[in-house]
Ligand binder design. Structure first.
Ligand SMILES: *[C@@H]1O[C@H](CO)[C@@H](O)[C@H](O)[C@H]1NC(C)=O
Ligand SMILES: *[C@@H]1O[C@H](CO)[C@@H](O)[C@H](O)[C@H]1NC(C)=O
Ligand SMILES: *[C@@H]1O[C@H](CO)[C@@H](O)[C@H](O)[C@H]1NC(C)=O
Ligand SMILES: *[C@@H]1O[C@H](CO)[C@@H](O)[C@H](O)[C@H]1NC(C)=O
Ligand SMILES: *[C@@H]1O[C@H](CO)[C@@H](O)[C@H](O)[C@H]1NC(C)=O
Ligand SMILES: *[C@@H]1O[C@H](CO)[C@@H](O)[C@H](O)[C@H]1NC(C)=O
Ligand SMILES: *[C@@H]1O[C@H](CO)[C@@H](O)[C@H](O)[C@H]1NC(C)=O
Length: 660
């Protein structure tokens, strides 16, 4: 009895304390559904209707419209804005923007930007009823228009009649592939915050994207309005950097600055729409069982149940799945851009080492870390590369030498000619077109034998033996020193000496690193440098006038093979060994992935024939990245390279010959 009384007394005390305290409501914006589409309006207004216009507007909108009114700001330089002008705008905007729709024509604010006199807006009643227009006004005082406190760009908006406040509009998209950690919106202080909005009834994250109509690309901001996803290892002001680890995400506070590499893209006008998932600490993880802290994103190609490769998995799968996303960035230390490009069938690059600042990006191995960008269109990709990588010289002539390493392509591609419908035939068809474009023929080489015959005299081992432990030694010793040990210390200090949970893949690798003698790192640097010098001297020399690189070195990036998400590949292992994918890693060269076809397989998931991407890797000498970008843009103009589309199939017009 006494105890119950005491509990009641303390509950009352809490109540009276709460009542005495000011209750603060913090608006996180508004979500709404219009024409079956979910939208989000951020909490801060971007403009307001001037005092004199408001009563007039309120009477037009009427009380039945509800508390918020969708409307459109429509620019015109015509002195007469009439029915046909409105039809032209409605048609053009429906086609060019995925956020605006005719549902935003409840209100029309015609923004006159011409210089003539007495502009007038005259819409017939049939046009008004066709688009369900409730109010029509303009910026022109000649036609009794009303003023806004801030001038607004074209596009869809939301008006709060009670206050005259005007809000921007974002469309909400479901993240069905689970590619994102979360969506983001600007926080009003130059940084970003996690978007609090969800599409109506959604069970996944929702990603808000602003109307493209708000933005006009210019020379200073060539990417204005282009939507960008950023791998969650880059710091962004206002957001945590999670690196795929829950404990790491929770331990460290939101970042106070944005990585210069991200800032460069924002400066170009790109719009950050969300953080994408990384496998843990950018180490290789295979879907699904290696992904303990996060659930692996879904690769949309084929049956939708193939591994999306790692570590830039979220960025790669999102680009292959979402037409509303224009670019996504990731990183590549040992294949983290190239693997996802190949598996998801999108353009993606590992640039030359040192291409752009890696400050404020989680390190794996600074000697090997690079930052790359995904695209579905070779020309947009080229434009982005020119903008992002400012250190390089551009070249518009191309090498006349195509190196075709037989040991990378393997014997199945060497049949003369390869059997129709095989992956070998797909590679061969593309390379034949490339030969035609460059006016040359491929030079077959065997990298393994080249090494044996031209390697430095103080090296006795084969390529595979010599470089077997170089990669795991560098990534583990570096990441232990730069990330694991400080993280363990900080976590222990914050949790009474506890250790954080680490996924099996990074932990297996770090365990290897902890077992190495102190001398291992320097030995690995000697191996890396030896290979780099040899590759530059014997295989692909640089510094060539006009073409930058002596040659273009090709190898298969993905060949349409399956890696089912529901297979158990066994515990993760230390990434020993050497393969073509390590060339650029050690030689510091670019390695850029281009989708060239598809391969058929009989899916154990769907029980039907499905198709997976076939992609080629292009290597040149170091710092010749812009030459390759320019080549890809030219190849797309020549219809040799084709842009890719989103969804199960890679190309808009699928190739016709397949394995039957
Ligand atoms: C809205 O979506 C539902 C369910 O998908 C559909 O039945 C309905 O026709 C749609 N309505 C409009 C106006 O598009
Ligand atoms: C005025 O708006 C029209 C229609 O959008 C546009 O084509 C034109 O470039 C604009 N003129 C100026 C000076 O901004
Ligand atoms: C140019 O390269 C240097 C050296 O890697 C790097 O520090 C710098 O940030 C790069 N500049 C730009 C604009 O990316
Ligand atoms: C490349 O050379 C190695 C070593 O000489 C040899 O074992 C291998 O079969 C060659 N590969 C091809 C495809 O010819
Ligand atoms: C081979 O000799 C060169 C020149 O002395 C040296 O720089 C290099 O580190 C040596 N390489 C190996 C693998 O010992
Ligand atoms: C690579 O190193 C691992 C671990 O030491 C060893 O098991 C493997 O046999 C080595 N492979 C080669 C080709 O040297
Ligand atoms: C695909 O595999 C299933 C199951 O093995 C089989 O029943 C089906 O006939 C195969 N389809 C083709 C086109 O080979």
């Amino acid at each position: 009895m006494g105890l119950i009384a005491a509990v009641i007394v303390s509950a009352l005390a809490i109540l009276s304390f709460a009542a005495a305290t000011q209750v603060t409501l913090h608006s996180t914006g508004t979500t709404f559904v219009l024409g079956n589409v979910s939208y989000f309006a951020p909490p801060s207004p971007v403009s307001r209707i001037g005092f004199f216009g408001l009563p007039e507007l309120l009477s037009l909108v009427g009380s039945s419209t509800g508390s918020l009114v969708p409307f459109s700001v429509i620019p015109t330089s015509e002195s007469d804005f009439d029915d046909s002008a409105l039809d032209v705008v409605a048609k053009a905007w429906s086609a060019s923007d995925d956020v605006w729709s005719t549902s935003f024509m409840t209100g029309l604010y015609i923004k006159y930007n011409g210089t003539g006199h007495k502009p007038s807006v005259s819409l017939s009643s049939s046009a008004k009823s066709k688009y369900a227009v409730k109010f029509l006004t303009s910026s022109s005082s000649y036609s009794g228009g009303i003023a806004l406190t801030n001038s607004l760009p074209s596009g869809p908006y939301l008006l709060e009649p009670a206050t005259g406040n005007i809000f921007e509009v974002y469309r909400l998209y479901n993240d069905e592939q689970q590619s994102f950690v979360y969506g983001t919106v600007p926080n009003g202080n130059g940084g970003f915050q996690v978007a609090s909005a969800k599409t109506s009834g959604a069970a996944t994250e929702s990603i808000p994207v602003p109307s493209r109509l708000y933005f006009t690309p210019t020379a200073e901001k060539p990417f204005a309005g282009y939507r960008l996803g950023v791998k969650d290892i880059y710091d962004v002001q206002g957001l945590h950097t999670g690196c795929g680890n829950r404990a790491y995400w929770a331990l460290y506070p939101p970042k106070t600055q944005t990585a210069p590499a991200v800032q460069r893209l924002l400066d170009g006008g790109m719009v950050l729409v969300g953080k994408t998932k990384s496998s843990q600490f950018a180490n290789g993880e295979v879907a699904t069982d290696d992904w303990v802290d996060l659930h692996a994103p879904y690769n949309p190609r084929g049956d939708g149940y193939q591994d999306g490769s790692s570590s830039s998995t979220g960025s790669g799968t999102a680009m292959a799945a979402y037409s509303w996303l224009d670019f996504a960035i990731g990183s590549d230390t040992g294949g983290s851009m190239r693997g996802p490009s190949g598996a998801n069938g999108v353009f993606g690059n590992r640039p030359s080492h040192g291409a752009i600042s890696t400050d404020d990006v989680m390190p794996l191995s600074p000697e090997l870390d690079t930052l790359g960008i995904f695209s579905r269109d070779a020309k947009l990709w080229t434009q982005a590369g020119h903008w992002w990588y400012q250190n390089f010289t551009s070249y518009s002539q191309y090498p006349k030498k195509i190196l075709f390493p037989v040991d990378s392509f393997g014997s199945s591609y060497l049949a003369e000619p390869p059997a129709p419908g095989t992956v070998g035939a797909t590679f061969n068809a593309f390379i034949t077109q490339l030969e035609g474009f460059l006016g040359t023929t491929r030079t077959e080489i065997n990298l393994t034998t080249m090494w044996d015959s031209t390697k430095p005299s103080n090296v006795s081992s084969t390529l595979r033996e010599f470089l077997n432990t170089t990669y795991p030694t560098l990534i583990t010793t570096d990441q232990i020193a730069l990330l694991a040990e400080p993280f363990f210390r900080d976590y222990a200090a914050a949790t009474g000496g506890r250790k954080p949970f680490i996924d099996p893949a990074p932990l297996t690798r770090w365990d290897y690193g902890w077992s190495l003698p102190a001398s291992a790192h320097n030995e690995a640097i000697v191996e890396k440098t030896t290979f780099m010098d040899w590759f530059q001297k014997e295989i692909v020399p640089g510094g060539v006038p006009d073409t930058c690189s002596d040659a273009i070195f090709l190898y298969p990036q993905s060949s349409g093979g399956t890696t089912y998400r529901n297979a158990y590949p066994g515990p993760p292992t230390t990434p020993f060994g050497f393969s073509s994918g390590r060339i650029a890693v050690f030689a510091e060269t670019p390695d850029m992935v281009v989708p060239v076809g598809e391969a058929a397989y009989n899916s154990t998931i769907t029980g039907q024939i499905e198709y997976l991407p076939v992609t080629l890797s292009f290597i040149t000498a170091k710092n010749c990245d812009l030459m390759l970008f320019n080549l890809f843009a030219a190849l797309q103009d020549a219809d040799v390279i084709k842009p890719v589309v989103t969804g199960s199939r890679v190309f808009e017009v699928p190739p016709t010959t397949y394995i039957s």
